[in-house]
Ligand binder design. Sequence first.
Ligand code: GLU
Length: 425
Amino acid sequence: MTSVLSEQQAPRDLASPLDDARTQLREAIDVLGYDESLYAMLAQPRREVTVSIPLRRDDGSVEVLTGHRVQHNLSRGPAKGGLRFSPDVDLDEVRALAMWMTWKCALLDVPYGGAKGGVRVDPRLYSEAELERITRRYTSELTPVIGPEIDIPAPDIGTDEQTMAWIMDTYSVSRGHTVLGVVTGKPMSLGGSLGRASATSRGVVHVALAAMESIGLQASSSTAAVQGFGKVGRGAARFLSEAGLRVVGVSDQYGGIVAPEGIDIPALEEHVDETGSVVGFCSPLDEGDSVLALDVDVLVPAAVEGVLNASTARLVKAKVIVEGANGPTTPDADRVLASQGCLVVPDILANAGGVVVSYFEWVQANQAYWWSSEEVDDRLRERMLSAWTNVRTHSESHGITLRAAATSLAVKKVAEAHQARGLYP
Ligand code: GLU
């Protein structure tokens, strides 16, 4: 078997995530028969802000970090999307992630446009106090362009509910009163929603089970592999195994593990809490092998963009890919996977559970009335499955992939809102 590099460092195509996002938009514009001006409008973000973040380190030295916030589209409501702390952040990546948020919100009928933020920093190398200073300085720079009716950040790679609490506090202090609706993914003590932390993973598994059923796969006789064991991958592995699938391979940025008889996911979670990695829990993947290439029914890439490219896609044996990450599959890989008969459930559908429950959190905070976890979970399932049905029906009736169907349904919604509002002036 051809070998691949480690999970998070698979060689990507020369194109950037922004090129990938624009290729997908181009395809949707062609499917819909819209003209060039609409492509031109949607290929560019509506607003973007880049800020310097001078940080006083714990040892007294000062270093200057760079942060971005990109608001891709505001036609359907305030911009919405996560904030990422990662050494790989760059403006083009944030632009792509913001565009995908626009489609995700439109597809799931959540009344927001799309945004994304990023700070180029490896949070593992900074103390909690330093991360707090980075977050507060970033927030104070962005205060004029965020807010419950403008742009609402949420957690993403490298950020969590504590980060959201700092953003909320910094923003609220500058406004002179508590503003719960400025972020989602907050702690329960600050108006968070039950079910938000697990929502992305739950959503991944709702659509994974529906996609499996559509091709005649039964949970109890199916196997899965999960690439990435962070906020999304960890929950996805747990819910897949609770649904009866055998999770036979898991990886994180430090390495991969395999167990043909199935990995005990709750025990693996304990191991990860103690050691910080999946490595060492059971047999390692063979040197040079990738969890992406395991012989499983369902593969969930739940880490970063571009891991499935033209060469890694050829190694995939899974029948269904459910994209827990944003942008894990390049357009070249999409073509390879389609020719191999692999069903790819696209990110803007598969991982939308997070923003759906973010929306529920914002609604609850605005009404100051909180729902039970059953209410949150039921409404999440209903939205995910109805979006799955719409995308699948559209894909079958037009003879196009699930990604082309999902993107064109979403672009159509945004275009209709844009056209109804008209151009000003
Ligand atoms: N970061 C998550 C995403 O990529 C959630 C965004 C949100 O809740 O606003 O979908």
